[in-house]
Write a protein that binds this ligand. Structure first.
Ligand SMILES: C[S@@+](CC[C@H](N)C(=O)[O-])C[C@H]1O[C@@H](n2cnc3c(N)ncnc32)[C@H](O)[C@@H]1O
Length: 333
């Protein structure tokens, strides 16, 4: 039995395992995908939980068929030959970015044929747990049957990575490579990975996108002419606010961006109330939250002069002057 259980991707309610699928308390059933492979762990299909947006529909038309599975394998062979990289070594180097310890629980989103799983399993060992999901039931079915043949306990599901069927903090790490550019909401894809990873866990995501310094070279133009996906930019500004210890690098001929981050508890912890020394005074907090209306340049000059004459920062002078005025007003009947 896996230690991570599925929850409803819509409501996050727990689900009960039945013969046919996973059952929500109100009777909604997420059916298991049909499997013709003995020993395959049964993969629930959550694809009906979210209406497919334009990106999801495009991905489904590309990846959800038996032919697509073969075409995709050919693409991977072409890719690694073109970039002169050994696929297994590359996948191992990507998995190493997750900083995994033996026994870790890892989620792979957009797992495709499951080619990242071996390298991850290698790091988490026999006590670890790997879950893999993909939008395309055809990809999931193929990957699940491949893994059933190896005997490794890998848990597959079909569904949209924008609404994952897992509770907050269920995993130690989450991994994605090669599909997120086409997600309907890239920020949401990254935020969902961060949501299901515990505080302190690591998220690694990458996809096509030639490095910005190569974009306008003949090399950059050649790779973009080959495939428009290489024109995508790394979505560094779309990370969730609790992303910390962030790294952005490029791999495979600098043609794929890779973003790695640690899941923090919230925003960075700072003290915005530390007083500034100098003529303006105040603090980061007051400069942002204490803004008032503008005054005439003449009044401004007189305030600066009065503050300097009294040896006060402008902040302290204004606080005192306005305090007196407000206090006086408050005393008026
Ligand atoms: C280029 S393949 C990459 C597969 C695998 N990660 C690899 O490195 O070989 C992209 C995969 O992302 C999946 N995908 C696309 N949109 C998705 C979404 N919204 N949620 C989950 N998977 C998605 C596709 O079905 C496809 O299998």
């Amino acid at each position: 039995m896996p230690s991570v259980s599925y929850v409803c991707p819509e409501t996050r309610q727990p689900l009960t395992v039945t013969e046919d699928g996973l059952l929500r308390s109100d009777g909604k059933l997420y059916r298991f995908l049909p499997t013709d492979v003995a020993g395959a762990t049964r993969a629930p299909d959550f694809t009906a939980a979210v209406e497919a947006g334009e990106g999801a529909q495009a991905s489904l038309s590309m990846y959800d068929s038996r032919v697509a599975v073969e075409v995709y394998r050919n693409f991977l062979d072409w890719l690694f030959a073109t970039f002169r990289q050994d696929e297994a070594a590359f996948r191992a180097s990507m998995a190493a970015r997750l900083r995994l310890a033996p026994g870790a629980r890892v989620l792979v989103t957009g797992a495709g044929l499951g080619d990242d799983i071996s390298a991850i399993l290698e790091q988490v060992g026999s006590t670890g747990e790997v879950h893999a999901q993909d939008l395309s039931p055809a990809m999931v079915a193929k990957a699940a049957s491949t893994w059933a043949a190896t005997g490794a306990a890998v848990h597959f599901s079909a569904g949209d990575a924008l609404r994952l069927p897992f509770a907050d903090g269920a995993f130690d790490a989450a991994f994605h490579f090669g599909g997120i550019n086409l997600f309907d909401d890239v920020g949401q894809g990254l935020a969902e990975m961060a949501r299901v990873v515990r505080v302190g866990g690591r998220v690694v995501a990458g996809d096509e996108g030639v490095a910005p310094w190569l974009r306008d070279t003949d090399y950059g133009r050649m790779v973009i002419a080959n495939n428009r996906l290489w024109a995508y930019a790394a979505p560094i500004e779309r990370l969730p606010p609790n992303a910390q210890d962030v790294n952005l690098t490029w791999v495979l001929g600098e043609c794929f961006w890779v973003i790695e981050f640690t899941v923090g508890r919230g925003l960075p912890e700072i003290d915005p109330n530390v007083a500034h020394k100098g003529w303006r005074g105040g603090s980061m907090w007051t400069r942002h939250h204490g803004q008032l209306e503008a005054v005439t340049p003449q009044t401004k000059a007189r305030v600066l002069e009065a503050a300097a004459a009294q040896g006060l920062s402008v902040h302290d002078w204004l606080e005192q002057a306005l305090g007196r005025e407000l206090g006086a007003k408050a005393r008026q009947p």
